[in-house]
Ligand binder design. Structure first.
Ligand code: FAD
Length: 427
């Protein structure tokens, strides 16, 4: 036995990390205030994409001149609370500057590709082992383009993706119509990401993986973790709503809610929640494979229960009430592509959900050892790609706990130490 490890957060990141650490011989306890697969986690309601091409960050040099089209208009994908944005201005400044040059974007894309390039194969292997193979599909993923101009604008990024190993091909409008008769708008064409796949029920997947983890010997504790307890620069345990527990090590996988725990031990990750929405359409499949429509930052994914529309980036505090007009915007936008759809999200058979993406200012997750405690580790901040990146992240968590085993995440682009720790909080 390698010692006891607490994993805080039973979203997809924490659950997959629990399975891998258990495999290495750690005595693992997975802790969450909710049951795994619950709707409070981003892992519950995401778009299901396992996409090796999701490596181009949102912040690119052209972002500033594209902002008006992203922000304004009824179905615009970006929205937010101005007061919240102003209070977090340093975060957004860092976000914009992290993508100001092509060199910076290339650096981030290369880093993300190490987490996503073999995402489908890793998920297929994990799902097979856990008896969940039916939840993972490898049918490819489509990015449609309404006009040749829109496609040409993105072509440089597609070339970069190809340089980084993404296997894609272009389908012209006629071929796209034959491949996806459900898309009713005339498109210039689409990029097919050949090695892409999707999960047809992300909540059931996390629930199933957590069940499998427990069958393998992982313990589950339902509790809110309020603090990491430390002495002599080592973590000694966790304070929770269910009492205090001793552990030899801990990994914080709390998604968008990880920051207070990290701050409590002296780190200060620039992590915010970026709220997203989904709309579940009434049963009946409209698409053969998942589709991203133009630049709408929205995907439509054929799920077990029907097509799911997922997207929107809403800058607002996680605890404020959902703005369901953002879900209605998804439905209105999708109607332009998929034809006859319910007019209103309140119609029978339509379901809606809001969740918080864990967004780090430079759009790279934070994976590795805490600055002040050698036996506290972080794995959060996966933004748009946490489902896809979960298996590769779990491998890095294993390396972080066992330095020297392989690439040390402390030296990687995901290192927590790329951000300054809290001033005056050396422990
Ligand atoms: C609309 C939308 C669409 C998306 N689409 C995709 C997609 O298609 N593909 C993709 O790869 N990614 C997608 N994502 C992103 C993806 O869902 C997230 O990156 C991923 O789910 C993050 O997983 P996580 O385990 O880090 O966090 P979560 O899933 O949020 O899990 C964190 C868990 O930690 C628990 N927790 C937090 N703090 C504490 C505490 N103090 N004590 C106890 N428990 C705690 C929470 O209860 C929660 O269960 C999408 C996200 C959204 C919102």
């Amino acid at each position: 036995m390698n010692g006891s490890v607490a994993i805080v957060g039973a979203g997809v990141i924490g659950t997959v990390a629990a399975i891998e650490l258990n495999r290495l011989g750690y005595e693992v306890t997975l802790i969450d205030r909710e049951e795994p697969g619950s709707s409070g986690a981003a892992s519950f309601g995401n778009g299901g994409w396992l996409c090796p091409a999701s490596i181009i960050p949102v912040s690119v040099p052209s972002l500033l001149w594209r902002l008006p089209s992203l922000l304004f208009g009824k179905s615009a994908p970006l929205s937010g609370n101005l007061g919240f944005a102003i209070r977090n201005a340093p975060h957004f400044l860092r976000f914009v500057t992290s993508g100001l040059t092509h060199k910076r974007v290339r650096h981030k894309a290369a880093a993300l590709s190490t987490l996503l390039s073999d995402s489908v194969a890793r998920h297929q292997a994990l799902a097979m082992e856990a008896g969940l193979a039916q939840l993972i599909r490898k049918d490819g993923l489509l990015y449609t383009y309404g006009t040749e101009r829109a496609f040409r604008r993105d072509l440089g990024w597609w070339r970069l993706r190809r340089d980084l190993g993404v296997n894609w091909t272009f389908l012209d409008g006629k071929t796209l119509r034959a491949e996806e008769p459900g898309i009713q708008r005339d498109c210039f064409g689409a990029v097919l990401v050949i090695d892409g796949g999707h999960c047809i029920d992300p909540a059931a997947y996390v629930r199933g993986l957590a069940d499998y983890a427990q069958r393998c010997g992982v313990h589950f504790l339902r509790a809110e973790v309020t603090q990491l307890i430390h002495a002599d620069q080592r973590l000694v345990g966790l304070e929770t709503s269910n009492g205090t527990f001793a552990f030899d090590a801990a990994v914080i996988c709390g998604g968008a809610h990880s920051r207070p725990l990290a701050q409590g031990i002296g780190d200060d990750p620039p992590l915010l929640s970026e709220r997203g929405y989904h709309v579940g359409l009434p049963p009946g499949q409209r698409l053969r494979r998942p589709v991203m429509f133009d630049d709408a930052l929205m995907v439509a994914t054929p799920m077990a229960g029907g097509t799911r529309l997922a997207g929107q980036v809403e800058i607002a505090a996680p605890e404020t009430a959902p703005d369901w007009s953002r879900a209605q915007a998804l439905l209105d936008l999708a109607r332009g592509y998929l034809g006859a759809l319910p007019a209103d999200i309140r119609q029978p058979g339509v379901s809606v959900w809001m969740g918080c993406r864990p967004a780090v200012a430079d759009e790279l997750p934070i994976i590795g050892r805490a600055t002040n405690l050698n036996n506290a580790h972080f794995a959060f901040g996966h933004g748009f790609t946490g489902l896809g990146a979960a298996p590769a992240t779990a491998a890095l968590v294993c390396c972080s706990l066992q330095p020297g085993r392989a690439t040390n995440p402390q030296n990687s682009p995901f290192s927590p130490q790329r951000f300054p720790a809290r001033p005056g909080r050396a422990l």
